[in-house]
Design a protein around this ligand. Structure first.
Ligand code: NOJ
Length: 550
C-alpha cells in the first residue's frame, strides 16, 4: 500500500526559464515572465512547477553550470522576482521545486577558483589527478558532452574530472565538506519555502575508488565506474537524514541508465532515500541510450519500458511520468506524427497521463510544439549538439549531418514558447536570445485558447479527468495485447472504478481491440481525441478512455 503524499495527487510543469517567457524585454525568459503566466499554468490543471536552474551561471550548459547556489541570476530577475514567484505559486495552492545540480559546478564557481589555487579548505573539493606517465590522461573516461573527461589546469598543474562540459568540473562528493555544502544549499532553499528538488544526474556523484579505466562501455566510457557508484546510497541517505526528513518536501532524482529493480534501491517507499526518479528508458524507443544514437521508433520497445516501470514499482514506489523535457526532441516529432499533428499530440497526452505516477509536462508540450529545423548548423546553441556536430559523422553528407541535428539536438526543445502569432511568437518584445520556431504562426497558445478542439484544451480536459478519477491515481496497471504493433492498450483497476485506455500509433485506420471481460456496452467513453462515431475502427492516432463504475 503506497503512502499518501501530496505530490501524488499533482501534475507538474517544467519550466526551462530562458525560453519560457520574457517579462522585461531583454530577450531572455525570466521570472517576471513566469509570474505573468502563473494563472495560465493553473488553468492547465498544473499544481507545481519544476524550474530548470535559475542560479547565477556563465551559461556554458544553459544554467546546469552553477556559479552560485544561493542566489538567482540577475537575468532571471534575481531574488526579488524569485520571492514574488514563490509567493504567487503558494497563493495559488501550487508547489515549486528547484533543480539541484551538485555532481558538478561551473568552473567559475568560487570553490573551483580556490581549489585550483589549492586554497584551503577547497583543495579537495574537486577531483584532481596528476595524469599518468608519458603525459597520459588519468583514465580512459569520456565526458558525456565534450570528448575526454579530463582537462589540464595550468594553474594547479593537474587534470580535473568533468563528466560533462569542460566548464563543468565534477565535485568530490567523497569529501565530507562538500556534502556539508550540499546540505547548506538544500536548507537555504527549503527554509525559504521551496517544496523540493529535482536532482541532476544524482546517480553520478560517487565515483569508484581509484577511478579505474573502463573496459566495458564502447561509448560513454567510464559510466560503469561512476553511475550508481559505491557510496551513492550512503550519501543520499545522509542528505535525507540530515535535511529532507526535517521538511515536508519531495525529491526527484535524475538517473541516466537505470532499470526498475535498481531504481527501487533509491525510491522504495520503505527503504529508499528519494521519492521519485526520472528514468530515460521510456525515452529510448527511438534511440539507443541517448538521442544522439537514433534508431527506428519501436512501439513494442516503448510499451515495454512504460509497462515495466508501472508493474515493477507497483505498491513499492511512485513513478514520475513524462514524455518531454529540455534534453529530448519534441515528442510528436519522435513518437507521433507531424502529419497527424493534432491527433497524435492528443493521443500521446492520453498515453501517459492515465498511467500511475506524478505526470510532468514540459513547456510547449501542451500546444504540441514540434522539432526545429534551421538551415544552418551554426544556429545551434547547445554545448552537446555543437560538440557532436563538430566531431562525429564527418564522413557523411552535409545534408545527412543537418538531418541528424534536426532529429537529435536538445535545441529542438529549447526554442522559445510560442505564445501568439505576434512577432517573436509573443515570447519577447526584445531580440530573442534564441531562434523562434517559424511554425509559431500556426502553433501558438493564443490560437489554441480560442479553439475548443485544440491540443491545449485537450490537455486541460485530460488533466481534469485524471484528477476526477481516483482510479487513475491509485488503481493498478495492466497492459493488454503486448505484441500489437499499432496499439497501446492498458487498463487500470481501482476499488470502485475500472478504466481502459486505447491508443493507436498507426497513421491509418486500425481495428479496435478490447480485452475479454471488458464489456464496452456497460462503459462510458470519457475521453476521445477525434470526432465521429466511436465504432470498431480506430482513426489514425485515435485515443479512447473508457470508464466502468463498479
Ligand atoms: C542533465 C540535465 O538535464 C542536462 O540538461 C544537463 O546538461 C546535464 N544533466 C548536466 O548537468
Amino acid at each position: 500500500m503506497e503512502r499518501k503524499r501530496w505530490y501524488k495527487d499533482m501534475v507538474f510543469y517544467q519550466i526551462w526559464p530562458r525560453s519560457f517567457k520574457d517579462g522585461d524585454g531583454d530577450g531572455m525568459g525570466d521570472l517576471w515572465g513566469v509570474y505573468e503566466k502563473l494563472d495560465y499554468l493553473k488553468s492547465l490543471g498544473c499544481d507545481g512547477i519544476w524550474f530548470s536552474p535559475i542560479y547565477p551561471s556563465p551559461g556554458a550548459d544553459c544554467g546546469y553550470d552553477i556559479a552560485d547556489y544561493m542566489d538567482i541570476a540577475p537575468e532571471f530577475g534575481g531574488m526579488e522576482a524569485f520571492r514574488k514567484v514563490l509567493e504567487g505559486v503558494h497563493e495559488r495552492g501550487m508547489k515549486l521545486i528547484m533543480d539541484l545540480v551538485v555532481n558538478h559546478t561551473s568552473d567559475e564557481h568560487e570553490w573551483f577558483q580556490k581549489s585550483r589555487k589549492r586554497i584551503e579548505p577547497y583543495t579537495d573539493y574537486y577531483i584532481w589527478r596528476p595524469g599518468k606517465p608519458g603525459g597520459k590522461l588519468p583514465n580512459n573516461w569520456d565526458s558525456n558532452f565534450e570528448g575526454k573527461a579530463w582537462t589540464w589546469d595550468e594553474e594547479r598543474g593537474e587534470y580535473y574530472l568533468h563528466l560533462f562540459a569542460v566548464k563543468q568540473p565534477d565535485l568530490n562528493m567523497d569529501n565530507p565538506l562538500v556534502r556539508e555544502e550540499v546540505k547548506k544549499i538544500l536548507r537555504f532553499w527549503l527554509d525559504m519555502g521551496v517544496d523540493g528538488f529535482r536532482e541532476d544526474v544524482i546517480t553520478y556523484i560517487s565515483k569508484k575508488e581509484g577511478l579505474p579505466d573502463d573496459h566495458l562501455f564502447p561509448v560513454y566510457k567510464g559510466m560503469p565506474n561512476y553511475n550508481h557508484g559505491p557510496h551513492i546510497h550512503e550519501y543520499l541517505a545522509e542528505f535525507k537524514r540530515d535535511v529532507f526528513d526535517h521538511y515536508d518536501c519531495f525529491t526527484l532524482a535524475e538517473a541516466p541508465l537505470v532499470w526498475p529493480k535498481q531504481a527501487l534501491k533509491y525510491i522504495d517507499e520503505e527503504t529508499g532515500q528519494l521519492d521519485m526518479m526520472i528514468q530515460f528508458e521510456c525515452q529510448c524507443a527511438d534511440c539507443l541510450f541517448t538521442d544522439w544514437m537514433p534508431t527506428k521508433f519501436s512501439l513494442p520497445k516503448m510499451k515495454k519500458a512504460f509497462s515495466d516501470w508501472q508493474e515493477k514499482l507497483e505498491g513499492r514506489a511512485w513513478n514520475m511520468l513524462y514524455i518531454e523535457n529540455h534534453d529530448h526532441p519534441r515528442i510528436i516529432s519522435r513518437y507521433g506524427s507531424e502529419v497527424f499533428w493534432k491527433e497524435s499530440g492528443k493521443m500521446l497526452a492520453v498515453m501517459y497521463l492515465f498511467q500511475k505516477g506524478t505526470p510532468f509536462l514540459y513547456q510547449g508540450q501542451e500546444i504540441g510544439m514540434l522539432n526545429w529545423r534551421p538551415a544552418d548548423p551554426d544556429m545551434y546553441e547547445d554545448v552537446q549538439t555543437r560538440w557532436q556536430y563538430a566531431n562525429t559523422e564527418l564522413n557523411k553528407s552535409p545534408e545527412d549531418r543537418l538531418h541528424r541535428l534536426w532529429r537529435c539536438s536538445r535545441d529542438n526543445a529549447r526554442t522559445p514558447v510560442q505564445w501568439s502569432d505576434e512577432e517573436n511568437a509573443g515570447f519577447t518584445t526584445g531580440t530573442p536570445w534564441f531562434h523562434v520556431n517559424p511554425n509559431y504562426k500556426t502553433i501558438n497558445v493564443a490560437q489554441q485558447e480560442q479553439d475548443p478542439d485544440s491540443i491545449l484544451n485537450f490537455y486541460r480536459k485530460a488533466i481534469a479527468l485524471r484528477k476526477a478519477l481516483p482510479v487513475v491515481r491509485y488503481g493498478t496497471y495492466t497492459e493488454h495485447f503486448k505484441n500489437d504493433r499499432n496499439l497501446y492498450v492498458y487498463s487500470r483497476d481501482g476499488a470502485t472504478q475500472r478504466l481502459l485506455v486505447i491508443c493507436s500509433f498507426a497513421d491509418r485506420p486500425a481495428g479496435l481491440k478490447v480485452p475479454k471481460s471488458f464489456d464496452l456496452s456497460k462503459a462510458e467513453l470519457v475521453l476521445r481525441n477525434v470526432e465521429g462515431p466511436a465504432g470498431q475502427v480506430l482513426m489514425p492516432y485515435e485515443a479512447r478512455v473508457y470508464l466502468w463504475n463498479k
